[in-house]
Design a protein around this ligand. Structure first.
Ligand SMILES: [Zn+2]
Length: 130
């Protein structure tokens, strides 16, 4: 059990700082090689404390989506989706597309979105289908 939650906050802070520069990254344990999302400062698998930041896939698969009427920071209605990133896991994220246009299994691509109060968040939008 991780008894240092503030350490995880530091990883989150670093994640958002990198995101603000257009980087979509998380941590990989140098000791055992496990890639974690969300990023960690301590490996949950081997408790290693040496982490490196690596790029996450910028394309994924939409597993589920919904919309919320009231949203903190975001305009409403806000579309939220669960996106599977191969080899990483699932990311809960903003989806930038009309709700009616979305379908399960759709391929989506990473992008960033800046909230009205200046926080840079990740979002995904459907890939053009040709
Ligand atoms: Zn590890």
């Amino acid at each position: 059990m991780d008894t240092r939650p503030y350490m995880q906050d530091r990883a989150a802070e670093e994640f958002f700082s990198r995101l603000a520069e257009g980087m979509f990254q998380s941590t990989r344990c140098v000791s055992c090689g496990v890639l974690n999302y969300p990023p960690r400062v301590v490996c949950p698998d081997c408790l290693g404390e040496e982490m490196e930041w690596v790029d996450l896939p910028r394309e994924g698969t939409l597993l589920a989506f919904t919309w919320q009427e009231a949203a903190i920071r975001c305009r409403k209605p806000e579309i939220l989706g669960l996106v599977e990133l191969e080899g990483v896991g699932n990311v809960l994220t903003r989806i930038d597309a009309p709700y009616e246009s979305l379908r399960i299994g759709q391929r989506v691509a990473f992008d960033t979105w800046t909230s009205p109060d200046g926080l840079v968040l990740h979002q995904f939008r459907p890939l053009e289908e040709g």
